[in-house]
Design a protein around this ligand. Structure first.
Ligand SMILES: Cc1cc2nc3c(=O)[nH]c(=O)nc-3n(C[C@H](O)[C@H](O)[C@H](O)COP(=O)(O)OP(=O)(O)OC[C@H]3O[C@@H](n4cnc5c(N)ncnc54)[C@H](O)[C@@H]3O)c2cc1C
Length: 591
């Protein structure tokens, strides 16, 4: 059943309460309620995903920014970015960020998962073991336009029996696609063709895959895991517009036990409480989960006291270790009419064309709106060894990338350039948890946005881009690689030169200043409630994702990843949630 306010929820003995019906939360809701013995309650702060056209139509993804469906976070001014603040979008809707994201489907490298396993001491997070969860999660389908996909992906490594529809681009500019493939053939090396970047070895250039179905609609955790069949289960109850402000301790137990949540619809509404007999599972995401923990008194006790919050448990890792990707765009001017974009050349700039694209999508689910901005190819590359030797290697191993390039004849603002979007994988410091980035509870000498103890205040988010030498060196190298790509002979009669703002930049310091002015967040923050080995005195959760030194509380979302994978992280999030469901079910089978 679904409800749109907590007051309507019937009085039931809950086994599990899931906080956040986002990417991971929706997976858990489905998998745990497969057992009809378990009563499952999902509390989601945002509204329903149903009938939200901008979420359903892939081409309208950009329209979701800064709406009711977005938490609309802003980072604190970034020292490394000439003091600019960045917008940090997060889904505020059933399905969470999977309902508003860019739908790019990338698994990362095998060593990304093997590093999770080694770091946590649990081989279950390794690449071999997660294959079963990839199979449960993915449902590969033919692309919308039914084109011949031979050589564009490797069917042997994809599942057609999971829940989330995934496909290849179903709308393309064939001439532009040929240019990318020819450039790959001509350049080889970093840009050599990789038939399927989701094999565990992502390096090279290949075709992008999307969480979009054969029917040309977005597949999200909500559409795939909270479908009509799941919603009809008598033991699954989903309530939207319900913001969890705190989790509360059981006053009757000696050891810290947390199975109660406090919910408020608005800042002025009365709190409503729900209690689970088995577990409360936090799936509020990389920002939402540590935010709830902090307001509940689980974080650095000194910082909590400074904010007027009574500490329950002193855990200095909560909210730290945030890692994200950063990105910038490099555009190249082209010879007029050298790109064959047919009718759609000015899609992003012409409202009439956009209306037409939507009309076509509505009529038969085809046309340019079957995709977000149509980048047909991605490339994943590594930095040179002399750089990683000097600055350390933030990647998980030699088959893992440092840089991602998204290439196409499109940029978010124009279709008449060759655009290469570059996402260097951000630096991850080598020691444990030094990279504080959600500084909700105070930077040294700073003031706090939640010093008021008000869970409706904004968190202070600090991704810390370009505060280490590595970041700028990596970004400069990424820019050089983009130039290398554009120098492929196949572009000789197409590209006339790099566009603004890089046109006249020659020295490192000029380039650095531009990078500081244009770099944004890749929208991939992870790690603020990271897993660590069982019994470690750092980290937030054990490898089974139970919160350290607390009974009854688990965390399942992107915040538990100790490292950001060399990938857009939704697949890793889905996989973590699928495995977590197994861990939870087996934990409660034994009792
Ligand atoms: C605009 C955008 C584009 C992206 N593009 C891509 C992409 O193309 N490919 C890719 O792989 N990844 C992409 N990502 C990242 C990816 O979507 C996320 O990493 C992933 O979905 C995170 O899943 P999660 O379960 O951790 O959090 P979320 O999916 O964000 O779920 C958290 C849920 O908890 C709810 N919540 C939070 N706090 C509370 C509270 N106090 N009470 C109740 N509910 C609460 C939220 O409303 C939300 O529904 C993108 C993200 C964004 C925002």
């Amino acid at each position: 059943a679904t409800y749109d306010k907590p007051d309507d929820v019937p009085n039931i003995d809950w086994d599990f309460i899931i906080v956040g019906g986002g990417t991971a939360g929706s997976v858990l809701a489905n998998r745990l309620s497969e057992n009809s013995q378990f009563n499952v309650l999902v509390l989601e702060a945002g509204p329903t995903n149903r009938k939200v056209t901008d979420s359903i139509v892939p081409g309208l993804e950009g329209e979701l920014a800064n709406t009711l469906y977005d938490w609309n976070y802003t980072t604190i001014p970034q020292r490394g970015l000439n003091n600019r603040s960045l917008t940090l979008r997060r889904g505020h809707i059933l399905g969470g960020s999977s309902s508003i994201n860019g739908m790019i489907y990338t698994r990362g490298s095998s060593s990304d998962y093997n590093r999770f396993a080694e770091y946590s001491g649990d081989p279950g997070w390794g690449w071999d073991n997660i294959q079963q969860y990839l199979r449960k999660h993915e449902k590969f389908e033919d692309p919308v336009d039914n084109h011949n996909t031979t050589g564009q992906y490797d069917p042997a490594i994809h599942s057609t029996t999971g829940r989330v529809p995934v496909t290849l681009p179903g709308f393309s500019f064939p001439q532009v696609d040929r240019l990318a493939i020819q450039a790959s053939e001509q350049l080889g090396g970093d840009f050599q063709y990789n038939e399927d970047m989701n094999s565990g070895t992502p390096l090279g250039l290949g075709w992008v895959q999307y969480t979009i179905g054969h029917d040309g609609t977005r597949s999200s955790a909500a559409t795939a895991y909270l479908d009509d069949k799941a919603r009809a289960r008598k033991n699954l109850h989903i309530v939207t517009n319900s913001r969890v402000t705190r989790v509360l301790p059981d006053p009757n137990t000696k050891a810290l036990t947390i199975r109660t949540v406090e919910v408020r619809v608005s800042e002025t509404s009365n709190p409503v409480k729900f209690t689970a007999s088995k577990e409360v599972i936090l799936s509020g995401g990389t920002i939402g989960t540590p935010f709830i923990l902090m307001h509940s008194g689980i974080a650095n006790a000194d910082k909590l006291r400074e904010s007027g919050i009574k500490p329950l448990l002193d855990n200095r890792s909560v909210g730290r270790n945030l890692s994200d990707h950063f990105f910038f765009e490099v555009s190249f001017n082209v010879v007029p009419n050298s790109l064959d974009l047919g009718h759609w050349g000015n899609l992003s700039g012409d409202p009439a064309l956009r209306a037409e694209a939507l009309q076509i999508w509505n009529k038969n689910r085809t046309g340019p709106y079957v995709e977000p901005v149509p980048y047909a190819h991605l490339a994943w590359t590594r930095l040179a060894n002399n750089i990683t030797e000097k600055f350390g290697d933030p990647s998980s191993g030699p088959n893992s990338a440092h840089l991602e390039f998204r290439m196409g004849a499109v940029s978010p603002t124009a279709y008449d350039v060759i655009a290469v979007v570059v996402s260097p994988v951000s630096r991850k410091s080598t020691s444990n948890y030094p990279w504080i980035t959600i500084m909700m509870l105070g930077a040294p000498g700073g003031t706090l946005a939640i010093g008021s103890n008000n869970p409706f205040d904004e968190p202070m988010i600090d991704p810390g881009f370009y505060t280490s030498d590595f970041d700028l060196v990596a970004a400069r190298e990424a820019l050089r690689s983009a130039f290398t790509f554009a120098s492929a002979p196949v572009f000789q009669n197409v590209i006339t030169g790099v566009a603004v703002p890089f046109t006249n930049a020659t020295t490192d310091s000029e380039i650095d200043n531009i990078l500081r002015n244009i770099t944004g967040t890749g929208l991939h923050p992870i790690g603020t409630a990271s897993m660590s080995p069982q019994g470690a005195n750092w980290g937030v959760v054990d490898p089974d994702l139970t919160v350290k030194n607390v009974t009854g509380l688990r965390i399942v979302d992107a915040s538990v990843m100790p490292f950001v994978p060399c990938a857009h992280p939704q697949v890793a999030t889905y996989v973590i949630a699928e495995r977590a469901a197994d861990l939870i079910r087996s934990a409660w089978k034994r009792t």
